[in-house]
Design a protein around this ligand. Structure first.
Ligand code: IMP
Length: 210
């Protein structure tokens, strides 16, 4: 049995494969299956984008499970922005640094309570072109006053985790991958597949399906 992750991002697929270890399931990306067409992320919600990706791919690869994923950053003070526009917050071709600077400018002078934020991740599981289930998870934190650290990507240098007293870019990637919104959401996908008994634990793996 295969689970296709509807993304070309190799880093994400590596992270997700690690989380889904212990299942008799081959985790593959769009690159691995030579899926050529581009799926435009033009939905108004994370769910709409995740669903669009999952359904589009599963209409073609009908016997596989497909997971569509969309994630981003939501800041309460900015009424949920950058939200679905996280990747292109400072413009269609903006890089991480420009996005971070724009966010810091918008929060200039805002005190800690207004700087509450969370990473959010939505996953839609589909098969045979049909929606199966939606999964979601958050990682709460605060937007720091300035960037710190070199690990991670995106908003990590300004995403402050009070439990570590560090930004997400200052903690090792392995540590972030244990607590991240993506880790939590794919943990739920794993439990679902095991509970439904659609996928069996791989008793020969070190984690034995756990
Ligand atoms: P996408 O899910 O690949 O469309 O990415 C959405 C955007 O949200 C990324 O480009 C980042 O700007 C932001 N984002 C999502 N997850 C993270 C994370 O774990 N760290 C930092 N930024 C993130």
């Amino acid at each position: 049995m295969r689970l296709i992750i509807a993304t070309r991002n190799k880093g994400k697929v590596r992270e997700i494969s690690e989380i889904l270890k212990g299942l008799k399931l081959a985790v593959v990306s769009l690159g691995d299956i030579s899926f050529k067409s581009d799926i435009e992320e033009n939905g108004r919600t994370f769910f709409a984008n995740a669903r669009k990706k999952a359904i589009a791919v599963s209409k073609i690869y009908r016997s596989d499970y497909v997971a569509g994923e969309d994630s981003g950053l939501a800041v309460g003070y900015l009424k949920g922005r950058p939200g679905v526009r996280s990747r292109r917050f400072a413009g269609p071709c903006a890089g991480d640094e420009e996005n971070n600077l724009k966010l810091l400018r918008e929060l200039d002078g805002v005190r800690q309570s207004g700087r509450r934020a969370s990473y959010y991740c939505c996953v839609v599981l589909a098969r045979g072109g049909k929606f199966i289930k939606k999964f979601e998870a958050r990682l709460p934190g605060f937007i720091a006053g300035r960037p710190r650290g070199n690990n991670g990507f995106g908003y990590d240098p300004i995403f402050y985790l009070p439990q570590y007293k560090k930004t997400a870019a200052q903690i090792p990637l392995k540590e972030k991958n244990k607590i991240s919104h993506r880790a939590k959401v794919f943990g739920k996908v794993k439990r679902y597949l095991l509970e439904k008994k659609t996928i069996k634990p791989d008793i020969f793996s070190a984690s034995g399906g756990k």
